[in-house]
Design a protein around this ligand. Structure first.
Ligand code: 0O2
Length: 209
C-alpha cells in the first residue's frame, strides 16, 4: 500500500474548521425557522436579514497571532470563539432582544457569554448585542459542542457598522480624530433614529406579540 502523506498543519486546520461550518448551519437553520414562523404569525418578521460567516484560516491565524494564542488546535479551540459567526439584523431594538431570547431559550443552545454593546456602546459608537452560544453538532461517531458568535443589531446599527468597518480598514490603524468624532455623532443619530422608528411602529401596530 502507498503510505499516506503526513498531514500538515494546514490539513489539520481545514479539518478543524469543518465542525464550525456545521455549527453555523445548525444556528442558521434555527434562525430561518424563527424568521419564517414569526412571519406566519402575521405580525411581521423582526428579522431583516442574516449573514453567516466562517473565519478564513488566514484571519484565524492572524487573530491567534494578535492575541498571542499558540498555533495548535487545542489552544485555537479554547481561545478563539468567533470562528463561526452569524449576524442577525433586526428591524427594531426590542426585536434584537426578543430574537436573542428566543434563540438562547432553546434547550440545545447554551449561552456562554453576552456582550451588550447596545446598553453600553463602544467609545467609537459601535452598538450590537454579541452572544457566544454553544450548539451540539452530531458527527458520525461523536457529538461536539461548537461555539458560535451571534451578533444582533438593528438595520441602523448595521448601516453604521459597515461604514465604520470600511473607514477603519482604510485608515488602519489611525482614523483621523475629526472622522472619529463624526462617526461617533453618526452613531448617536442612528440610535435616535432607532428610538423614533420603533415609537412610530408601535403607534401604528402596537407592540409585537
Ligand atoms: P470580522 O471580520 O467581523 O470577523 P476581537 O475583536 O474578536 O479580538 P472580541 O472580544 O472577541 O475581540 O470581540 P467583540 O468585541 O465581541 O467583537 C468582535 C466582532 O464584532 C468583530 O469581529 C466585528 O465583527 C464586530 N465589532 C466589534 N467592534 C466593532 C467596531 O468597533 N466596529 C465594527 N464595525 N465592528 C465591530 P472582527 O474579528 O473584528 O471582524
Amino acid at each position: 500500500a502507498v503510505p499516506s502523506a503526513p498531514s500538515t498543519f494546514a490539513d489539520d486546520l481545514s479539518h478543524f474548521m469543518l465542525v464550525y461550518k456545521f455549527g453555523l448551519a445548525e444556528i442558521g437553520t434555527k434562525i430561518s425557522i424563527l424568521a419564517e414562523e414569526l412571519a406566519h404569525r402575521g405580525r411581521g418578521n423582526p428579522i431583516e436579514h442574516v449573514l453567516p460567516r466562517l473565519k478564513t484560516t488566514q484571519s484565524l491565524t492572524a487573530k491567534a497571532h494578535r492575541i498571542s494564542c499558540p498555533l495548535n488546535l487545542d489552544d485555537l479551540r479554547a481561545r478563539i470563539r468567533d470562528i463561526a459567526g452569524i449576524r442577525i439584523v433586526c428591524s427594531f431594538v426590542s426585536d434584537v432582544y426578543t430574537v436573542a431570547d428566543m434563540l438562547t431559550r432553546q434547550p440545545d443552545v447554551t449561552l456562554i457569554e453576552t456582550k451588550d454593546y447596545i446598553a453600553r456602546p463602544k467609545t467609537n459608537g459601535y452598538r450590537s448585542l454579541h452572544l457566544i452560544v454553544e450548539i451540539p453538532v452530531f458527527l458520525s461517531d461523536r457529538v461536539v459542542s461548537v461555539p458560535v458568535e451571534v451578533q444582533l443589531r438593528t438595520v441602523a446599527m448595521d448601516f453604521w457598522a459597515s461604514l465604520e468597518h470600511k473607514i477603519h480598514y482604510k485608515y488602519d490603524p489611525d482614523v483621523p480624530a475629526a472622522l472619529r468624532q463624526e462617526l461617533a455623532a453618526a452613531a448617536e443619530d442612528a440610535a435616535r433614529l432607532d428610538v423614533r422608528m420603533e415609537r412610530l411602529h408601535r403607534e401604528i401596530h402596537g407592540p409585537r406579540r
